[in-house]
Design a protein around this ligand. Structure first.
Ligand code: GDP
Length: 532
């Protein structure tokens, strides 16, 4: 293991920041992303990032976006530079029906940025995503957006966050007015005033330094609002908890910034604080031990698979998070699940607007590996010891449908399509032990629509759904073969195999599940399953 302070590997790791944005739809994620890229010099002007609203509406929008697949992939991971830092921004689907996908993306980040709409406060999807972050104690930085509009009082927003998300808030900037009276933000730690001006297209201006809040310049600049600011600051400096880096890194305290993404206001403060405070690539748990990014041995895992954007070529891209060591093009790694060596010759790195072949990459980076069906979510590749990274789960679906094939001659294509979609994590597929049909399971209903559309577009299969009387699924575990066999015998009609050949119990309701659990105390019914 090498962790020399100044080794090239250490330097590369320490300048990396890998994060995702969590927010409720419409809070401003796309807008903020675009401004961040603008600062990073990754794009030249606003309007260059196509919003990825596939996940927000129903099939029609999704299909339209399908045709622009090239863009949607590049925007699912974006790399840009800011100051001396190498930043990787991972896109997180905002729609609740794709929360499983989002969960897996969040396993690959080291920290998150949360956007809150100042008029709406904490919304439902933010609460859900926050729960996911809490499972891993992901550090979170908060941006309160849309201060150019009238919204909730800043203190009320902070109280709302603390109450609903159970995280301590500590403001690092403070807004002066809002809506028509929005004058700017005061930077509490730099003691600097940043006057509001709408800078839609270009970069922000320098802030105005003031010695302290009693500076008469403040009255000149802000008029009657100067005293309001003084009162506010006095209040929060007395009441709010001081910022502690350690608590932020543990995920129990969130530094808060205010601004207006669309006006590119307050964004630079956020980005500056982000590169200075957000964690460098952190260690990750594997089954046998914890892996430090500074280890020489290369390792990483696949957290997402996306169908290739080019319908002419059926390959798919596996998104791989590097956890330790250095990646070089043409590197040979061990693919542990299938026990084979593979050469990663044509990995892609996702710069903001295009993909380029990657020559080398470091912990924190995401590389895209072409995949012809041998790579699955959760797969670990290393150069040395066999490892298996943990914590990339699949959730028991809550919605179920039976697939009906319109043309029976397409059975093979249907099977292939469903298996591939299952590998991507787009939907879960179950084959009942009795019968020959397929039952699909989803965490969100919209996944069904996407599945039907993709079966048609990508596999040329016309399928439809039929209602099925199932409401609950659990993965079965049991060490005692005799017990398991008896259970199988008794419950044959309610058992199925999932796409990875795990035995699954499917039943109508939680009530029925409880009843069967009581009768079978030796059987374990799992609500989540790690990718094998
Ligand atoms: P997303 O759904 O989270 O990606 O949100 P978008 O970035 O698409 O923004 C949703 C809407 O809010 C769009 O109409 C944006 O123009 C608008 N918006 C974003 N930031 C601001 C802001 O700072 N002020 C105002 N007034 N509107 C904003």
């Amino acid at each position: 293991m090498s962790h020399e302070k100044n080794s090239p590997l250490t330097r590369e790791i320490n300048k990396r920041r890998t994060f995702g944005i969590i927010s409720h739809p419409d809070a401003g994620k796309t807008t903020l992303t675009e401004k961040l890229l603008l600062f990073g010099g990754a794009i030249q002007q606003a309007g260059a990032v196509k919003s990825r609203k596939t996940d927000r509406h129903a099939t029609s929008d999704w299909m339209a976006i399908e045709q622009e697949r090239g863009i949607s992939v590049t925007s699912s991971v974006m790399k840009f530079n800011y100051r001396d830092f190498d930043i990787n921004l991972l896109d997180t689907p905002g729609h609740k029906d794709f929360s499983e996908d989002t969960y897996r993306v969040l396993t690959a980040v080291d920290s998150a940025m949360m956007i809150i709409d100042s008029a709406k406060g904490v919304e439902t999807q933010t609460e859900k995503l926050m729960e996911v972050c809490r499972m891993r104690n992901t550090p979170i930085m908060t941006f309160i957006n849309k201060l150019d509009r009238d919204g909730m009082e800043p203190l009320d927003i902070l109280a709302d966050i603390e109450e609903k998300l159970q995280i301590e808030c500590t403001p690092l900037t403070w807004p002066i007015g809002m809506g028509k009276r929005f004058k700017g933000v005061y930077n509490l730690y730099k003691k600097e005033l940043h006057l509001f001006s709408a800078e839609k297209e270009t970069l922000a201006k320098e802030g105005i330094r003031i010695q302290d809040l009693s500076d008469p310049k403040l009255d000149e600049l802000l008029g009657s609002q100067a005293d309001d600011l003084r009162d506010d600051i006095e209040l929060i400096e007395g009441a709010a908890d001081p910022f502690e880096l350690d608590l932020y890194l543990k995920g129990t305290q969130t530094p808060v910034f205010f601004g207006s993404a669309i006006n590119n206001f307050g964004v630079q403060e956020l980005l500056d604080a982000f590169v200075e405070m957000a964690p460098t690539p952190i260690g990750r748990k594997a089954m046998s031990r914890e892996v430090s990014p500074y280890e020489e041995g290369f390792s990483g895992f696949v957290f997402k698979i996306q169908a290739n954007m080019d319908p002419a070529h059926r390959d798919r891209i596996a998104f791989f998070r590097i956890c330790s060591g250095k990646f070089t093009r043409g590197m040979k790694v061990k693919h542990h699940r299938i026990g084979k060596d593979i050469t990663i010759a044509n990995a892609t790195i996702f710069m903001a607007q295009d993909r380029t072949h990657v020559e080398e990459a470091y912990p924190g980076d995401i590389i895209g590996i072409h995949n012809h069906g041998t790579i699955k979510i959760g797969d670990t590749f290393t150069t040395k010891e066999p490892l298996k990274f943990t914590g990339i789960p699949s959730f028991a679906p809550e919605h179920f449908k039976r697939v009906l094939l319109k043309n029976p001659l397409k059975t093979k294509q249907l099977q292939k399509g469903l298996m591939q979609l299952a590998e991507e994590g787009a939907v879960q597929v179950f084959r009942p032990l009795r019968g020959s049909d397929y039952i699909l399971g989803a965490v969100g209903e919209l996944q069904f629509e996407v599945t039907i559309a993709r079966l048609k577009n990508e596999y040329n299969v016309d399928a439809a759904y039929e209602h099925v009387n199932i409401g609950v699924a659990r993965w079965i575990g049991c060490d005692d073969k005799k017990c398991l066999d008896a259970f199988k015998e008794n419950q044959m009609a309610s058992l199925a195999m999932d796409a990875e050949e795990h035995l699954t119990y499917l039943t109508t309701s939680e009530w029925q599940l409880g009843f069967v659990m009581e009768q079978n105390p030796d059987i374990v019914f799992n609500k989540t399953r790690e990718y094998a």
